[in-house]
Design a protein around this ligand. Structure first.
Ligand SMILES: NC(=O)c1ccc[n+]([C@@H]2O[C@H](COP(=O)([O-])OP(=O)(O)OC[C@H]3O[C@@H](n4cnc5c(N)ncnc54)[C@H](O)[C@@H]3O)[C@@H](O)[C@H]2O)c1
Ligand SMILES: O=C(O)C1=N[C@H](C(=O)O)CCC1
Length: 240
């Protein structure tokens, strides 16, 4: 597979290692630190692009790939306020765009567990739900994209929760799920969902040991993408 890497930071470099291990070819690297631009590459030279940059850069990179007809896997978080425009452009261009807030297999199993737990908690209003995510101190967005996906899972499955808010921004309200975002050096990503009553506490937690889990998931998604069209997700790929 011929891959264009967009973003050559912590994730871009880890993805490059996995691509090489799996026998793929990196045909170009586009980063803030490089001269190369997405428009220098055409769909005839690239089977798939993989984009991990930053919240302020993702939208332009995604639309540039869709305009060029290059299938794209992106894991950049913090840009989803512009998701509708991307969906429209993807449909107009008959393109292929795979996005996930988290490409780790373990986290995607954790998403399914979170949905089921939220559903089970419906009759038990004495339990208050809360969430905490911990990431490295260089992270630009808060809460994490993964925490937002978990919160959406709670909102969709637990009738008494209508929205989420970042802890410390706004007052505590019964029907709002508070997400605490903690920043500590070198943490790849930890997410915990807690239900607590006066009687006891139920905690589910995912701890990433390494960024390789995210990078491997993104490469597997890139291997799966060619030939597919539209907006694609981990649920489409994993079937749960
Ligand atoms: N979905 C997932 O599984 C997953 C996993 C890890 C990280 N992430 C997300 O991926 C993104 C990148 O994470 P990271 O840890 O690699 O960050 P990083 O800061 O280490 O690297 C980001 C890179 O993007 C480059 N960049 C910035 N603007 C650019 C632009 N306009 N064009 C090209 N390159 C540009 C920077 O120069 C930098 O090298 C973040 O949004 C993070 O939240 C997602
Ligand atoms: O390191 C990051 O940044 C991460 N970002 C994603 C998120 O926001 O959920 C996935 C976990 C690591």
């Amino acid at each position: 597979m011929r891959v264009l890497l967009i973003g050559y930071g912590k994730m871009g470099k880890t993805i490059e290692e996995i691509l090489t291990e799996r026998g793929h070819k990196v045909v170009g690297i586009v980063d803030r630190s490089t001269e190369a631009k997405i428009k220098d590459f055409s769909k005839s030279e690239v089977d798939v692009a993989i984009e991990f940059t930053e919240p302020s850069a993702a939208y332009d990179n995604i639309t540039a790939c869709l305009e060029e007809g290059i299938p794209l896997v992106s894991g950049t978080t913090g840009w989803l306020d512009r998701r509708e425009n991307v969906e429209k452009l993807c449909a107009e261009k008959d393109g292929a765009f795979f996005w996930a807030s988290n490409f780790s297999l373990g986290v995607n199993i954790f998403f399914a567990l979170n949905n089921r737990l939220a559903e089970l908690m419906n009759p038990h209003a004495d339990y208050k739900v809360s969430m905490e995510e911990i990431h490295h101190t260089e992270k630009k967005d808060a809460p994490s994209g993964t925490a937002i996906t978990l919160a959406e899972g709670v909102i969709d499955n637990l009738d008494r929760i209508e929205n989420w808010s970042l802890k410390g921004e706004g007052s505590q309200v019964e029907n709002i799920l508070e997400i605490a975002a903690v920043r500590e050096p070198d943490v790849p990503g930890t997410h915990e969902v807690v239900y607590e009553s006066e009687m006891d506490k139920i905690e589910i937690k995912h701890t990433a040991h390494t960024r390789k889990s995210f990078a491997l998931g993104a490469v597997v998604a890139a291997e799966w993408l060619p030939g597919k069209k539209g907006i694609l997700s981990m649920q489409d790929m994993l079937g749960f």
